[in-house]
Ligand binder design. Structure first.
Ligand code: URP
Ligand code: ZN
Ligand code: ZN
Ligand code: ZN
Length: 472
């Protein structure tokens, strides 16, 4: 049904203004004042900000890892995302060497169909480049609408690809119009350091961080950026955790390389000391790259503020403390890597970023939504508020104070990485294509109502009401 949002302050990546929004058939059809409300449900957003629904470009839902599977699947994960103000996720579709890509993609469709409560797309992991893969990739882009490929430079003997594969992926992506994403850590050296730590009897969670030092993230980031320059291709570095890697991205950009960087809330507010919590609690904070020494946080905030890092992903990859993280009680290498972050991505960036004066409100929207929409071929259908765009909207009270806790969160996992943290600002209602998913803080969505998104090629988009392709 028709809806009108009145009395709110609209925020986009470029502007902040008072206006009413008319929503019809899932789209924003008018923006103005004194719009006719005949036949429309009126939503009063007084005292609230209205911004485009968050786009989380980095999630792992229903993902197998380390002999277990993430606790949150496409139902609980997208539900929690919606509570936090996210209306689109792009999840990583894993592939296995020798397996047709279309089978892997079908597996991910099976995991998500009938489950997602918000819209979603997939990135495709590249584990090898051979004739079969090269034959399939054009279909992946043109028929599946998957215009981003992920290469892991770490997790030796599991996901890790070699430099030849990364370089060939960059060349291929350039030709086909895809963005290459990298997990940038030097997996070979990490493998050596972890084996040595275990031989010396060092088995506690803190050794996860000590065997993956920031130098190895900086090195891999710089290497991938160099390859990108050489291939004249395009690169997006996921989960940048430290100053060293952020500097490599800034350096590449200063050379004119098409290199982008994402960081995550956890690296902005938590630090390496969390892995030293007693009673194995440090395992709750084991993910890769690891949390870093606290001084890195300021470097990351500055990189966001100055535009050297451009997006915030959650890297949602949740495992219970009891029964899953436990697998590594006697050996840190057996702790499944990842954390539950999807729900609090916007809250932390708003509270710690906007409220504390580190970034502007418009930068907040750019970082949590607009930039990801542009980089991943969803703009302007998603990622902004304009006539003709999907009515994916968050009505956000910027003054509510609350404490983050596993007792009140909506993720399926038994702990929260930000337990006890006080934040200011909370989504009150969240709409996807004009329909409530969260209404006055209550879930009213429906599993299966989320739509699969076929995304445009890198740096192209289909302008509203036209079929031609434009550069952005
Ligand atoms: O520890 C993490 N980040 N787990 C998810 C997989 C990845 O590396 O992104
Ligand atoms: Zn309706
Ligand atoms: Zn990763
Ligand atoms: Zn990840």
């Amino acid at each position: 049904m028709k809806k009108i949002i009145k009395n709110g302050t609209i925020v986009t990546a470029s502007d902040t203004f008072q206006a009413e929004l008319l929503i019809e058939d899932g789209k924003i059809t008018q923006i103005g004042s004194n719009l006719s409300a005949i036949g429309a449900e009126v939503i009063d957003a007084k005292g609230c900000l209205v911004f485009p629904g968050g786009i989380d470009p980095h999630t792992h839902l229903d993902m197998p890892f380390g002999g277990t599977v993430t606790k949150d699947d496409f139902e609980t994960g997208t539900m929690a995302a919606a509570f936090g103000g996210t209306t689109t996720v792009i999840d990583f579709c894993l592939t296995n060497k020798g397996e047709p890509l279309k089978n892997a993609i079908q597996t991910w469709h099976d995991k998500s169909k009938d489950k997602a409560v918000i819209d979603y797309g997939f990135h495709l992991m590249i584990s090898e480049i051979n004739e079969n893969v090269l034959k399939e990739l054009p279909q992946v882009i043109n028929e599946e609408g998957i215009s981003s490929f992920k290469v892991f430079m770490a997790y030796k003997n599991v996901f890790q690809a070699d430099d030849e594969t990364l370089f060939k992926t960059l060349i291929t992506a350039k030709d086909l119009g895809a963005l290459v994403m990298v997990h940038a850590e030097n997996g070979d050296v990490i493998d050596y350091l972890t084996k040595k730590a275990l031989e010396e009897g060092n088995t506690e969670p803190i050794y996860h961080a000590l065997t993956r030092p920031p130098e190895l993230e900086g090195e891999a980031t710089g290497r991938a950026a160099r390859f990108t320059g050489l291939a004249n291709s395009q690169l997006y570095v996921v989960h940048v955790s430290c100053a060293d890697a952020a500097e490599k991205i800034a350096e590449a950009r200063s050379k004119g390389f098409d290199v982008w960087g994402e960081t995550c809330p956890q690296y902005l507010v938590l630090d390496q000391s969390y892995l030293e919590k007693p009673n194995f609690e440090g395992a709750k904070y084991v993910w890769s790259p690891p949390l870093r020494e606290k001084w890195n946080q300021e470097a990351l905030w500055n990189a966001l503020k100055s535009g050297q890092l451009q997006t915030i992903g959650s890297d949602q990859c949740s495992f219970d403390f009891n029964g899953q993280k436990d697998l590594g009680r006697d050996d840190f290498t057996k702790i499944p890597n990842g954390g539950p972050i999807i729900e609090d991505r916007l809250a932390i960036l708003f509270s710690e970023g906007v409220k504390k004066g580190r970034i502007s409100l418009n930068q907040f929207v750019d970082l949590t939504s607009t930039r990801a929409a542009k980089l991943f071929g969803l703009y302007p259908q998603k990622g902004t508020i304009a006539v003709g765009t999907d009515a994916d909207l968050v009505i956000f009270d910027p003054n509510v104070e609350r404490v983050i806790s596993a007792e009140t969160h909506h993720m399926a996992v038994d702990y929260n990485a930000f337990e006890g943290m006080q934040v200011t600002g909370e989504p009150i209602s969240v709409l996807v294509r004009g329909e409530y998913v969260v209404r006055e803080k209550q879930f009213v969505g429906k599993p299966g109502s989320g739509q699969y998104l076929k995304r445009a090629k890198y740096r192209t988009n289909t302008p509203l009401n036209q079929n031609e392709t434009l550069s952005i």
